[in-house]
Design a protein around this ligand. Structure first.
Ligand code: NAD
Length: 462
């Protein structure tokens, strides 16, 4: 890995400037790789998950990433223009010039997780390329067919000095984080994010950390319950809840609890009349992950929560190879239950009730700052109260997850849900170095401005 990094850095130094047409060509090749191999990549993802709709993968991993690549192509010129933010200039330096240049950082490492294995590897790459960098990718060991395929396809379409893929588990990942990259992007859990940042700190490598957390869905007093239930059901069951932005738990006014749960159930049944053999409903990625999810439910049940499994009661989910988990509502949850302490990352929805909105706000603020926050309701006063008194990476009002689909909005976490972002112009700047360049005037500015000794004269003048 060190040799790969050295080769990329040498190439970066020797080929500067990384012209815009070269960056464009790299993004176009990444887009072509996705389009030409879309079916093979989707088949690999289905095989890795055990069961995951290729149509879902086509949408969430292929189309979304191609779309983001096109967005980068469209905006590259504007982002890269040195004059896009003309610096304000003090009058006493008249005749001199100041400009801001967004320069590539160099070689960027990208470590990605299994839940959207193509998207979360290649989307950041599009913007890393847009900013003129080279990259080494380390996709997840949990989706090993997809990772191996990406490795082969990248090696066919790119010179290893511009882009390459390394594969392997935590040992490889750990060694990867010890390399002196010019920037490191990590997407994964907050626990591993801490280790990544500690390793990067040894080389003073700047990091973008795209982490997780417990994103609340808050039903306000004026919410349309049917709509809210439907939309929360989609957010919670897409990829079987294995999404960093999935609504983690529900906060609902006490008197609306029954209605909200009924609406969620209806929403689930409407999308998945049956779960078994229905690949619209994804499997859980591994036996360990399904065991963890089952243990969250068992813990809640043991401590007194009511467990409501939606749909599959009559279906046999016991077969070891199915790894499907029914959407499950937990009612009557308390703070000592693991379901309210750990990020769920699966199709389990704990329901917490509140009496007034400030209680809901206090509940959110008592936890770590989440990656997403969802508010349902049409009362602008209440909505603003929630938005201005809480903090989260991003927000969707009257739905879940959708803020991620706006390429022009920065996407990232805050606090334990992450730092830095990509998407939007902010993402381009994240992977660039903002270099200030000053060109001196012909006249002796230092003397005129009084910077030059003897200071006595200028002080007397002043
Ligand atoms: P994972 O287990 O696939 O791990 C992610 C990556 O970290 C893998 O490439 C893995 O090899 C690597 N890794 C493992 N140990 C490491 C170490 N010690 N040092 C460095 N790298 C190491 O995925 P995961 O962590 O189970 O992913 C799920 C988590 O990711 C959830 O918390 C979820 O919220 C979060 N997530 C965040 C985003 C986002 O954009 N913010 C997106 C998806 C997932």
């Amino acid at each position: 890995m060190q040799a790969l990094l050295d080769a990329q850095r040498r190439a970066f130094i020797n080929s500067r400037p990384e012209r815009l047409d070269i960056r464009r060509d790299r993004i176009e090749r990444a887009i072509a790789l996705l389009k030409i191999n879309a079916e093979a990549l989707c088949a690999a993802m289905s095989a890795d998950f055990g069961n995951r709709s290729p149509l879902q993968s086509m949408m969430t991993d292929i189309a979304a990433t191609v779309g983001f690549g096109r967005y980068c192509l469209k905006n590259l010129d504007t982002w890269a223009q040195a004059s896009s933010r003309a610096p304000r200039f003090p009058l006493r330096l008249l005749g001199a010039k100041a400009e801001l240049r967004f320069e590539p950082k160099g070689v960027v490492g990208i470590i990605s997780p299994w839940n959207f294995p193509v998207n979360l590897t290649l989307s950041p790459l599009m913007q890393v390329f847009a900013a003129g960098n080279r990259a080494i990718l380390k996709p997840s060991e949990f989706t090993e067919r997809t990772s191996a395929l990406m490795q082969r396809l990248v090696s066919e379409a790119f010179d290893p000095a511009e882009l390459t893929v390394v594969t392997g588990g935590p040992d490889v990942a750990e060694a990867f984080t010890k390399l002196a990259f010019d920037h490191l992007v990590y997407t994964g859990s907050s626990a591993v994010g801490r280790k990544v940042m500690a390793a990067a700190a040894q080389n003073l490598v700047p990091v973008t950390l795209e982490l997780g957390g417990k994103s609340p869905a808050i039903i306000g007093r004026g919410a349309d319950l049917t709509k809210a239930g439907n939309r929360i059901a989609l957010g919670k069951t897409l990829n079987a809840g294995q999404i960093c932005l999935a609504p983690d738990y529900l906060l609902v006014p006490e008197h609306l609890e029954d209605g909200a749960i009924a609406a969620f159930e209806l929403g689930v049944r409407d999308m998945y009349p049956s779960l078994l053999g229905n690949d619209d409903y994804a499997s859980i990625v591994s036996d360990d992950h399904i065991a963890r999810l089952n243990s969250l439910v068992a813990d809640a049940r043991d401590k007194g929560a009511e467990v409501i499994e939606i749909n599959p009661a009559s279906e046999d989910f016991s077969s070891a190879d199915s790894r499907k988990m029914a959407p499950t509502v937990l009612r009557g949850v308390t703070k000592d239950m693991r379901a309210l302490k750990e990020e769920i990352f699966g199709p389990i929805l704990p329901v917490v009730t509140y009496r007034d909105i400030d209680e809901a706000i206090a509940f959110v603020n008592a936890g770590d700052r989440p990656l997403g926050l969802y508010y349902f309701g049409d009362e602008s006063g209440e909505r603003e109260r929630v938005l201005t008194r809480t903090s989260s990476g991003g927000v969707t009002v009257n739905d879940t997850i959708f803020h991620l689909t706006v390429d022009d909005l920065p996407f990232g976490g805050v606090g334990t849900s992450g730092m830095g972002c990509y998407h939007g112009e902010e993402g381009f700047r994240e992977f660039s170095h903002a270099r200030g360049v000053y060109t001196q005037a012909r006249v002796d500015v230092a003397r005129l401005a009084g910077f030059k000794p003897p200071y006595g004269n200028s002080a007397r003048k002043a």
